[in-house]
Design a protein around this ligand. Sequence first.
Ligand code: CAA
Length: 387
Amino acid sequence: MTIKEHAMGLMLSQDEEMVRQTAREFAEKRLKPLAEKFDEEEAIPRELYAEAADLGFFGILIPEEFGGLGLDYTACIIVMEEIARVSAAFEVTLTVHNSLVSTALVNFCNEEQKKAWLPKLAKGEWIAAYSLSEQGSGSDAGSLRCAAAKEPDGWRLKGGKAWVSSAGIADFFIVFVSTDPANGNKGISCLAVTKGMEGMTLGKKEKKLGIRGSDTREIHFAGTRVPAFHLIGEINQGFKIAMTQLDGGRIGIAAQAVGIAQAAMEEAVSYAKTREQFGKKLAEFQATQFKLADMAVKVEAARLMTLKAARLMASGQKATQAASMAKLLASQTANQVAYDALQIHGGNGYIREFPVERYFRDARITEIYEGTSEIQRLVIAREILRG
Ligand code: CAA
């Protein structure tokens, strides 16, 4: 499928199509030759993030007045799918930065805070991370314990955060902390923390199954002083900020999953057209054809649902249910399609010379982070039953 046909299928505007082509060109030229290396070396050079920043990909959702592109969620997921199609590890840094953190500042910060932080985020001078989970609170995010005690001119942080995507390369973190432990999720606040604040240390780089180029770590705070200016939104309103941001974030992960699934399907198609067994190309066997047909249907359905959720967000409507539905379907699709693509490759799919092995490993996390598939079902069911 050409890019144009692909775009027409999605009914993209001319501007959105241009965004897609820019992202595809960057992904193909700059990331594709290195994607395997990111995985092997478990790192991505900062210069490549700088190149993405030059294209505006660190400021997609940031208004132009603060140095961003001022585009909407649709444009954002278009970029995310194209990047993830080549490197899911690169994409996760971008999606967290754009849809979890930048929009938190746009939505909840005052003008002074926006002026202080958004231009740095928009230009990729600062890479941003979102820090909600802890060793003891993953799915039950509201039970977090990392504590911020009030002081006359700010906050004193004690505790730890876990599985923080981009932690080792991030300069700016939004951190969800308990400011009123007796009040559960109504006692959580959101603080901005910058790299190098006293008493803040990073854990070891986690050794992961997939998205290995992405730098995931714990963060520890041993009495870190955070100025009063760094409170995002209202005190004890942090959980709502965390949840609101996850609506957008989940669409970014859905787009990541669609990108991985698309890549796996493309590899399966090209392998099936060249590999011969029993005197025929694999593509001539109906068993292969049916697998490919199912892949194509699933990928398209996941893409359309992701686009719908993004368009809802872009039009300012509530997208909680649509985002969870898109993430659930897209992440399951990525796993199923990567599984089938690997199966079509047979023994070759199990070795690292063929990229399906990486797609298979990368797909797995999409059913876990930004809410497991079980949490997406819980969110969807609650929304349906709410009526
Ligand atoms: N938007 C706005 N507000 C929301 C909301 C949303 N989507 N969802 C919930 N809220 C509000 C509720 O209205 C409620 O407020 P009121 O009491 O005033 O009505 C408040 O938040 C509490 O909501 P719940 O009662 O639903 O809270 P809960 O404790 O039952 O659980 C949950 C909610 C959906 C299970 C939530 O804990 C959750 O999403 N868990 C998964 C955590 C998660 O996704 N973590 C991702 C980590 S980040 C990450 O992975 C990034 C990365 O590395 C890539």
